[in-house]
Design a protein around this ligand. Structure first.
Ligand SMILES: Nc1nc2c(ncn2[C@@H]2O[C@H](COP(=O)(O)OP(=O)(O)OP(=O)(O)O)[C@@H](O)[C@H]2O)c(=O)[nH]1
Ligand SMILES: [Mg+2]
Length: 499
């Protein structure tokens, strides 16, 4: 029954169960309830069951009401439950039973109104949130510590995508539930938490199968996305050039294709991306055939652009200038280093995936020597496959490099893992045979002993991209690798022509 008192659905079940149909898919605002009460009969002389409460929460119903009916069909005690704005005694809902209908004198409209008011007010008094509020969920059968660390990175990703992270949760599962990933009980807790803290977006720190996204979306009133979709969303916000935009749309379509359910009730919520960005709801409400056609067309366009880029590349190679490519984990400081070395203004930002489009600059060394230095898109562990494919052509250029500068954020607590992730990507791209230098950046954030220990353990060169005075060791190494037969004596920083 709707909040206005109209009957919305009539559902018939038996004495064991009733099946609630797919309720009309209206997207709920933050802190909003569905505007529906489920009123049903219980034939077994029991008040509300556990399943009733689960449905109340998962479907964000205004009320769940059960009327006990005896053998003769005479209605008896009535129970009703609603969600609570905050957990009282570890229980996020409240149930009441009255002996008969004559004693049911609650003003339900006022009750629901005050409930919604409070749900929207839980974290202060503002009613509209500026950013979309997300709850991040790590699911693990292993160590909590690892899952937490991985969630830290997911938080960076979410914040880079302008989301406000309102809670992070690690869920332990003995064995992943193939349908919902986590058990229904845990899912109910999560949904309740979201309702209470005003979030309608769950971000899973894991790639969900198309079936899982669908069943999670169907089972709850929340928007469900996974890490890959979050990364794709960031890329779609950052793409600037035509090539970048095509690459990202291609990756999004490839990611979506297996997720285009044939009976797609959840589709529009699934594909809207965060805040309805991404390829756009209308654009994606097209069927698979059209998606495939578009993929083919984009691939063709990409090839065309690739050919032009190939021409430029050949021109550059014809000049026989050595090529130096900066690679590394996202946010390591690659663009900052390129800017500092070449006095240029590639955009730099303290968020993940600032740079998507490669850029090249000239870098002059003493004795009339020059190299081309290129900045590339940052890497990340478990990069979605669709993105890797879409960016293959851009990354292809790395094969031209004579030397790779692997820039590392030495101040990151996840440094080692990040180095490994980059090495894995390089290996997958078949680039391990190109000489590479490990550049330990952001050393201004470390103290002397930490820097010394790092240099010893990793054999890398320490720098701070913010301070060109720290570059002399790095420049020496570059020279010695690129022109080994020219080995110049160490040039002091003061009169180094580059600095
Ligand atoms: N303290 C400190 N911060 C740095 C240093 N180098 C870069 N940063 C900062 O780190 C952030 C990321 O720098 P970027 O140069 O955009 O990093 P990137 O590797 O190009 O990142 P993506 O393009 O996103 O992959 C910026 O806020 C920089 O100012 C450094 O040596 N020390
Ligand atoms: Mg960059």
């Amino acid at each position: 029954m709707t909040r206005r008192g109209k009957v919305a659905y009539v559902i018939v079940g038996d004495n064991k169960r009733i099946e609630i149909p797919d309720l009309q898919r209206v997207r709920l605002g933050v802190g909003r309830l569905k505007g529906l009460r489920c009123i049903h009969t219980h034939l077994n002389k029991e008040p509300l069951s556990k399943e009733d409460i689960t449905d109340l929460v998962l479907l964000a119903l205004d009320l769940m009401v059960s009327i006990q009916v005896d053998e003769k069909g005479i209605p008896g005690p009535i129970s009703y439950a609603h969600i609570l704005p905050k957990n009282h005694r570890a229980q996020g809902w409240h149930a009441t039973t009255v002996p008969d209908i004559g004693q049911l004198n609650t003003d339900f409209l006022a009750l629901i109104q005050s409930l919604e008011d409070e749900l929207m007010r839980t974290d202060g008094s503002q009613k509209t949130y500026e950013k979309e509020r997300a709850v991040l969920v790590g699911v693990t059968s292993g160590s909590t510590w690892r899952a937490q660390e991985s969630l830290d990175e997911l938080q960076d990703l979410a914040e880079s995508n302008d989301l406000e992270v309102v809670d992070t949760v690690v869920q332990h599962v003995k064995k992943a539930n193939p349908r919902l990933l986590i058990g229904k009980g845990k899912l109910t807790d999560l949904v309740l938490r979201c309702l209470q803290i005003g979030s309608n977006l769950l971000v899973f720190d894991k790639e969900l199968t198309p079936a899982q996204v669908k069943s999670l979306t169907d089972a709850t009133e929340l928007k469900i996305i996974d890490r890959s979709q979050l990364i794709l969303d960031i890329f779609s916000r950052r793409a600037v050039t035509k090539e970048g935009k095509i690459q990202v749309e291609l990756a999004q379509l490839k990611y979506m294709l297996p997720r285009l359910a044939t009976k797609n009730t959840a589709m529009s919520r699934l594909t809207g991306g965060i805040g309805g960005r991404g390829p756009g709801e209308t654009k994606l409400e097209i069927n698979r055939r059209r998606v495939r056609e578009r993929i083919t067309r984009l691939n063709r366009e990409l090839k065309q652009i690739g050919r032009q880029r190939g021409d430029r590349r050949r021109l550059r190679n014809a000049k026989k200038l050595p090529v130096l490519s900066i690679v590394g984990y996202t946010n390591a400081g690659k663009s900052t280093l390129l800017n500092a070395l070449t006095h240029s203004q590639v955009a730099v930002g303290d968020r993940l995936f600032e740079t998507l489009d490669p850029s090249s600059r000239r870098l002059r060394f003493p004795r009339e020597r020059e190299v081309i230095i290129t900045d590339t898109v940052g890497f990340i562990r478990d990069l979605p496959e669709a993105l890797m494919e879409a960016f293959a052509a851009t990354l292809e250029e790395l094969h031209d490099a004579d030397l790779l500068l692997h820039v590392v954020d030495a101040s990151s607590p996840r440094m080692e893992e990040q180095i490994k992730a980059v090495e894995t990507v390089l290996a997958n791209l078949g680039l391990r045979s190109i000489p590479s230098l490990l550049v330990l950046n952001k050393c201004d954030r470390l103290d002397h002993s930490e820097t010394a220990a790092l240099t010893r353990n990793t054999k890398g060169t320490t720098i701070s991209a913010l301070n060109p005075k720290t570059f002399s060791g790095l420049l020496d190494q570059i020279e010695q690798t690129i022109w080994p037969h020219f080995a110049t004596p160490l040039i002091s920083v003061e009169n180094h022509p580059l600095l």
